[in-house]
Design a protein around this ligand. Sequence first.
Ligand code: PEP
Length: 252
Amino acid sequence: MRKNIVAGNWKMNTTVPEGVQLAKDVCAAVAAEANLKCDVIMGVPFTHLMAVKEVIGDANVGLAAQNCADHTSGAYTGEVSAAMVASTGANYVILGHSERRGYYNESYEMLKTKVDLALENGLKVIFCCGESLEERENGSFKDVIGAEIRDSLFHLTAEQMANIVIAYEPIWAIGTGKTATSDQAQEIHAFIRGLLADKYGAQVADDTTILYGGSCKPSNAPELFAKPDIDGGLIGGASLKAADFMGIVTAF
Ligand code: PEP
């Protein structure tokens, strides 16, 4: 059975003290929730990982980095390796976010390497994919999403796929206030699950968690999460306020 997950992506927001306070608020709210129906993950800046891990302690909350290097170690000034991320106690890394693909030219090949390094170091991967507005409008969006998934993930074995969560994030819906309709999102989630079924068989497809991301908030999360192939959300803006984030966590 696949897991429902709500993961926050704090992006480049909060100082360490602010992030620690936000993590405390989220952990307290999760602890107070008697009937939690999903796993909760906080995706924080590198600088915050150890301090937030300490806040999490034994609480039932996962910790994600938002990137890792495509090299193991050495002369890569400013980079942070998957082994370094894992050594903080983080258990996930977000890879392939459209902001990294777009602003930092992350290619399918580079992401393939990052995925391998993350898995080798015991991290689970939240792998983002999604089309631009132009690709949605010219009808090439399924080709784009298919290529993103095939070229960076389909070298993995079925056993390795158990450590991959996919996040469908239409770029035109990220931070814009424009959410994909629940039907539009469901169509793509079913398409992605179909790709997984063709490559790995029905069991792997059925077991893979597929998240929706793009202006998800407490008001639209219940409708999105009610769809059969939407297993939760990757949440940007609304993850920066514990009350908003918890409004989405409790949407199941
Ligand atoms: C994101 O960037 O992962 C995201 C989904 O952002 P927002 O929720 O702010 O649209």
